[in-house]
Each structure stands twice: as structure tokens, then as C-alpha cells.
Design a protein around this ligand. Structure first.
Ligand code: APR
Length: 313
């Protein structure tokens, strides 16, 4: 029997996820949105591409959660995207209510699913999803690190004129401007990047990576990135469904790892059939540790704002 993925939100990110899942023939897709007609129309359109793509999956769009029943994975993308001048954090309250109601429904119909969160502000929304679903922490995972790392890898590959596939990199921390691209753990097929690029170039690339999301928002004016985010979310789903055990930077609920308590922060994890199967604790320098703590504090600030509401859940 084919696997089943529910994608909540049939907007830019959600529809792109559905296309990628269908094109890869990864699973049947149920696309859910609050707007009538949109998920049905986009779902049918994606389904009608399957004969051309050579993919035998079913894709349906719906406004109700009944059809999501017994999904293996739920990818949560519903919510408002960032507008120009808006930080991810401004989105907090707008998206809190959306994540709460959608995850409540999804968890009810698919109590054994893995939840992949995409809605921003990402790390804080993961916290909401964990509390609302009451799922174990290995089944609630945030998509951010793969995207941030993909941006870092893109810019490094451009600067070095090498294949993007040869760049191995890690970006840690929250999915915000305080994220921590780890230069020391970044290599070109094992060659440390610091041996190949001067510090000034590396610094510029690190800075561009930090504001990579904002760069796209500035161009698009009415929304935020969706092609690369959907690629990242689907890579996570694939690693889980195929039990590939890829080691990927994802937002995971930390309980003491890296000295961080009860917060979602981006760290390297092993993603397999049991979701997060391992959290890798890298040996960080004092400077890197401080940067990670600063990034975690930015996540904590948002969680603290939501605390009274979270405590009621
Ligand atoms: N239930 C279901 N769908 C909803 C709900 C809800 N309660 N509220 C909003 N939506 C839907 C909207 O109708 C819309 O189709 O979520 C979709 C969001 O799509 P876009 O506006 O295109 O936003 P998108 O670019 O996909 O970004 C979604 O992902 O990357 C993050 O920051 C981004 O938080 C944002 C999210």
C-alpha cells in the first residue's frame, strides 16, 4: 500500500510540496486548505500532471480533515507568509491560531503521523504543534536547517564554481536572523571551506545566508520563498518514509542537548522510520556556543510570549 502524506495549506509552499511529492511518486497526497475550491483545483491539476510525470499516486484536495485519516506524514504549511519589512516573529500570533487549529484536527485523524512544520516563526510553531498534538518529540520536526543550509551551499558553490552536491555544510540555531552557519563544519567534499575561500568572502556568504529568506521576500514583495522550502520539507518526508536515516539539520525539541532546555532549535538529526532517531551534539567552539545560545534565546523569547496560552493546552 502506498504511503499517505497530508499537506496542510494549499498556498505557495503547500502546493509546491504536493507537486514534489507527486513527481517523486513518494506517497498519495491530501491537500487541505481553508479556502473552498483552491485545494480541490490545485490537487486535480497536480493529479493531471501525473501521467506525464509517470507517477501513480493519488492527489486530492479538500477542506475537511476526514480525508487526511491515517496519514503517515503531515506537512504543516498553512499560515501567513512574511511581507516586506515584517520579521518572522511578527507572524507569531497570526500563525499561532492557525497552527493550533490545524494540528489539533490533523493529530485527531492521524494519531501516528510525523509532523513536519514549515509555518513561521518556525521554531515557535513547532512548540505549539508539540503541545497541541501531544505527540512524542521524535515525531514533531521543523523544516528550517535544510533550507538555510541549501542557501549556504548555493552561495558557496557559486563562489567556488563547484557542484552544489560537493558542498557539505551545517547551519544551526533558530530559523531567524540569528541562525548559525557553521563554517568550521563546512567543506567541499571534505576540504575545509576556509582553505579555499578568504575570510571576507566567507563572511559575506554567511551574512547573505542569514538574510536569505528576506532577500527573496524583497524580490517577491507579496510573499516569501516556496520552491526551496518545499524541496527541504519533502527531503525530510522522504528520509522518514524510506527510512534513509539521512543526517540533516532540522528543528528538534532539545531537552538538555547543547545546554538548551525545552526548546526547538535547529541541530543535526538522523531522520528515519522513527522520525528523529538521534540528535548529534557537535563539539562547538566558545564563539559558536555563544552564537547558538543567542539564537536559542531568540526562540525562547517567542515561546515565553506564548507561554500563558501554551500552559492552557
Ligand atoms: N487552515 C487551512 N489552511 C489555511 C488556514 C487554516 N486555518 N489558514 C490559512 N490557510 C491557508 C491559506 O488559505 C493559504 O492557501 O494557508 C495557505 C498559505 O499559503 P500562502 O499564503 O501562499 O503562504 P506560503 O508562501 O505557502 O507560506 C506558508 O510557510 O514558509 C512559511 O512563512 C511561511 O508561514 C508561512 C507558510
Amino acid at each position: 500500500m502506498r504511503k499517505k502524506i497530508t499537506v496542510i495549506g494549499a498556498g505557495h509552499v503547500g502546493a509546491s510540496c504536493a507537486v514534489r511529492i507527486a513527481d517523486k511518486e513518494l506517497a498519495d497526497v491530501v491537500l487541505v486548505d481553508i479556502v473552498e475550491g483552491v485545494p480541490q483545483g490545485k490537487g486535480l491539476d497536480i493529479l493531471e500532471a501525473c501521467p506525464v510525470e509517470g507517477s501513480d499516486v493519488s492527489v486530492v484536495g479538500t477542506n475537511s480533515y476526514e480525508e487526511t485519516k491515517d496519514s503517515d506524514i503531515v506537512i504543516m504549511t498553512a499560515g501567513f507568509p512574511r511581507k516586506p519589512g515584517m520579521s518572522r516573529d511578527d507572524l507569531l500570533w497570526k500563525n499561532y491560531e492557525i497552527v493550533k487549529s490545524c494540528v489539533e484536527q490533523a493529530a485527531k485523524y492521524s494519531p501516528n503521523a510525523f509532523l513536519i512544520l514549515v509555518t513561521n516563526p518556525l521554531d515557535a510553531m513547532c512548540h505549539v504543534a508539540l503541545k497541541v498534538s501531544k505527540f512524542p518529540k521524535n515525531r514533531v520536526i521543523g523544516m528550517a536547517g535544510i533550507l538555510d543550509t541549501a542557501r549556504f551551499r548555493t552561495f558557496l558553490a557559486q563562489a567556488l564554481d563547484v557542484s552544489v552536491e560537493s558542498i557539505v555544510a551545517f547551519v544551526l540555531g533558530g530559523h531567524g536572523d540569528s541562525m548559525v552557519p557553521l563554517v568550521r563544519y563546512t567543506s567541499v567534499a571534505g576540504i575545509p571551506v576556509a582553505d579555499l575561500l578568504d575570510q571576507e568572502t566567507i563572511d559575506k556568504i554567511v551574512e547573505r545566508t542569514r538574510f536569505g529568506g528576506g532577500e527573496i521576500v524583497k524580490y517577491l514583495k507579496t510573499g516569501s520563498a516556496y520552491y526551496a522550502p518545499s524541496s527541504a520539507a519533502v527531503e525530510m518526508a522522504e528520509s522518514i518514509l524510506k527510512d534513509k536515516k539521512k543526517v540533516l539539520p532540522c528543528a528538534a525539541y532539545l531537552q538538555g542537548e547543547y545546554g538548551i532546555q525545552d526548546l526547538f532549535v535547529g541541530v543535526p538529526v538522523k531522520l528515519g522510520a522513527n522520525g528523529i532517531e538521534k540528535i548529534y551534539e557537535l563539539k562547538l567552539s566558545d564563539e559558536e556556543k555563544a552564537a547558538l545560545q543567542k539564537s536559542a534565546s531568540a526562540v525562547k523569547e517567542l515561546v515565553d510570549v506564548m507561554r500563558p496560552k501554551l500552559d492552557e493546552l
